[in-house]
Every structure is written in C-alpha cells, then in structure tokens.
Design a protein around this ligand. Structure first.
Ligand code: DX5
Ligand code: ZN
Length: 226
C-alpha cells in the first residue's frame, strides 16, 4: 500500500525555445514527470502550448508527460493529445460539470490517465463523484495558486483540501501545483500530497537536482511518519 512520490518539473518555467534539452536536463536532475501546462487563453488569461508541441516533445523523450488542461473545452483536446503521446490528462472540474463521465471514458480509451484539477475557490466536495465513480479519475490536482502563471505564492489554506482527500482516499494520487519549493514542500507533504509540481523553484535553482531530491525526501519522510 502507499502512494509513490512523483516530482514533476513544470515546463512552463523552462526555455520553450529549447524544450527538448530542458526536458532532458530535468530528467537528468531526477524529475519523475514532466508537467505540461496547456492553456487556451480563455479558461485562464494566458496561452501556452497544445498538442503539436506535445507531439514534438514526445519524439525526444519517453518520459511521463503530465498534461494539465486549463481549457474551457477539455473534450476537444482528448483525441489530439492522445495522438500526440500525452501520458496524463488532467482536466478542470469547473470546465467539465456537464460531461466528466464522457471525458474520463474518452481519456482512458486513448490510453491516457485521467485526472481532475480544482481551482482554489472550488470546494473539494466537487471532485468526490469523479473519484468514486465506477470509471474514476486516477489523480486529483489541488491548485495551490490561481491557475495561469508560474512564480506565484503558495496558498497554505489549500492544505485542508489535501488533508481531507488523503483521509478519505488513502491510495489516491494527490498532486499539488503552484508555489512549491523548499519553503512550502513540508506543508504539502505533511498534508498528504504525493505528486509535487514545481516550476520556478526548480528552474530558478543553481542546482535543480538538490531541490528535486529535497522535495522527494520530504514526501518520503511524511509518508513514513503516517
Ligand atoms: C499554474 C501552473 C503551474 C505553474 C507552477 O497555472 O498550473 O504548473 O507552472 O509554477 P510554479 O512552481 O512556479 O508556481
Ligand atoms: Zn499546472
């Protein structure tokens, strides 16, 4: 039993002009996953990458591509991202109230792992039906900043959501995203998060490998003590 720690480098903080080498650098520094922030300029006020970039990156790496869809119509992205070689497909609960069952089913049929994300203002209860469904999501992403941009301040208030989820679902993958780094990792790890997304703290460090191993150790220690 127990969930595995996963450290995901958020490529939003990378040099997009050198994405393949940045991805390789992060994996060499010990990252388990590459977190890919897909934004449509509508669900969030920023526009980033889509399936063509995932497809290009896939030609350079076998790594798990943990895609976080900050888009208004996630269903439209399932087919192209599946073809492009995405590994995880995490959609927002706020954008899928009408069609999450269909979404989960389609994501799985394209060979991807479904996850659901929630914004800071969304109550945690909203994701319960998706975790408890016959055909459930396999990860919940708790946003610890307002989605849209890297480099924002971690919101400690979100840890109550993580604690509640961990208590209710001991073996669920729980991901946190936004403002994670050496000064905030212990809060997230002790609340029960096991998948840690980090952008600016990792890319901004002289030695990203130190930050990655520090965060992994924090998750491992907290798991031991629980
Ligand atoms: C925010 C994104 C995050 C972002 C995190 O909308 O979902 O993945 O890249 O960046 P940091 O770690 O810098 O807060
Ligand atoms: Zn993200």
């Amino acid at each position: 039993m127990g969930v595995t720690p996963k450290i995901a480098s958020s490529m939003l903080s990378s040099d997009f002009a050198n994405l393949a080498s940045e991805a390789e650098r992060m994996l060499n520094c010990g990252a388990d996953w590459l977190h890919m922030d897909i934004m449509d300029g509508h669900f969030v006020p920023n526009l980033t990458i889509g399936a063509p970039v995932i497809e290009s990156l896939r030609k350079h790496t076998k790594a798990y591509l943990d895609c976080h869809l900050m888009v208004t119509n996630p269903l439209d992205y399932v087919e192209p991202l599946g073809k492009a070689g995405a590994s995880g497909f995490t959609f927002h609960v706020e954008a899928s109230r009408e069609n999450w069952r269909e979404l989960i089913q389609r994501i799985k049929s394209k060979g991807m792992r479904p996850g659901v994300a929630l914004k800071p203002g969304t109550p945690i209860e909203e994701v319960y039906p998706l975790v408890e469904s016959e055909n459930p999501v396999e990860m919940v992403l708790v946003l610890t900043v307002e989605p849209g941009f890297g480099g924002q301040k971690f919101m400690p208030d979100m840890m109550d959501k993580v604690k509640t989820l961990r208590k209710k679902y001991p073996s669920l993958d729980i991901e946190v995203d936004g403002g994670l780094g050496p000064s905030t990792i212990d809060m997230a790890a002790s609340a029960g998060a096991n998948c840690i997304v980090a952008g600016s703290s990792v890319f901004g460090a002289p030695e990203p490998s130190h930050i990655i191993s520090l965060m992994r150790r924090s998750v491992e220690e907290c798991q031991k003590n629980n």
